[in-house]
Design a binder for this molecule. Structure first.
Ligand code: B1M
Length: 210
């Protein structure tokens, strides 16, 4: 197995130039793209997620690490595609109708990408039918709903209802955002709730495995 710890560290530190260089070197050295992804990039983002959960790093550090990962992925993606390696899961994410807050939702999307989920980001102020349409179109395994306002919590409920009514086989619904609690998630019938972006990775994996 190749030593990808330097690549992992480059992602953790958000060192874009080195992340790209070390990814290219690993590709040139014929390290398997899956190994570069799992042992280098995803492993680095997992460390950042764990530190974020423990409040050892904050939003800026996560954004910088995610940017380094994204640039390194630019090198790796064509190699992964050529090798026929696809993301482990597909997720659709958005902020519910009436709500324009997207910083937390973007962090969840980044952490999911960091965990090798294919992510379709629908943006903000997303009506229920758009979530349903995108989940169908992309054959999503997970739909993530974010809400930051108490006044948009009813829109989250409506969205969960619409997704459930569409009867999409195997689609799990995850909810989160500052006013959202596990009790609310249970009440609206979501499959999972995460209080932060790093936990959203663990919860998504858990509900998908269930
Ligand atoms: Co607004 N805003 N805002 N705002 N805003 C809040 C949320 C508020 C708490 C401020 C306050 O009054 N103290 C308050 C809501 C009160 C309430 O409903 N209880 C509020 C209000 C009232 C409003 C307006 C109504 C103000 C007005 O116009 N009168 C208005 C509404 C606009 C609209 O949406 N229709 C409004 C507008 C805005 C801005 C546009 C100016 C801007 C948003 C910019 C943007 O997002 N691009 C803004 C901001 C920045 C905030 C605060 C200051 C910061 C929110 C944020 O980004 N936090 C916020 C007050 C605060 O929180 N201190 C506030 C950082 C982010 C990383 O955290 O989004 O919680 P958060 O995400 C976390 C978790 O919640 C979780 O993971 C993230 C990271 O760990 N998470 C998920 C989030 N989504 C998840 C999904 C998951 C899982 C986890 O699974 C799918």
């Amino acid at each position: 197995m190749a030593d990808l710890s330097a690549l992992q560290q480059a992602v953790i530190k958000g060192d874009r130039a080195n992340a790209v260089k070390l990814t290219q070197e690993a590709v040139n050295a014929k390290v398997s793209p899956k190994e570069i992804l799992d042992q280098g990039l995803v492993a680095g983002m997992a460390v950042v997620g764990a530190r974020f959960k423990k409040n050892e790093v904050f939003v800026p550090e996560v954004l910088i690490a995610a940017r380094a990962m994204k640039e390194a992925m630019g090198v790796l993606e064509p190699v992964l595609a050529k090798a026929g390696i696809k993301p482990a899961h597909t997720a659709v994410i958005g902020t519910v109708q009436g709500d324009l807050h997207d910083i937390g939702k973007n962090l969840v999307a980044m952490m999911w990408k960091g965990a090798n989920f294919g992510v379709i980001d629908l943006g903000t102020n997303v009506p229920p039918e758009k979530f349903v349409e995108a989940a169908k179109q992309h054959q999503a395994n997970v739909v993530g709903l974010s809400a930051l306002l108490t006044t948009t919590m009813p829109a989250m409920k409506k969205t969960v209802e619409a997704i459930k009514a569409a009867n999409l086989p195997g689609v799990k619904i995850l909810v989160g955002g500052a006013p959202i609690t596990q009790a609310f998630a249970n009440e609206v019938g979501a499959d999972g709730f995460a209080p932060d972006a790093a936990t959203a990775v663990d919860v998504a994996k858990k509900v998908l495995a269930a």
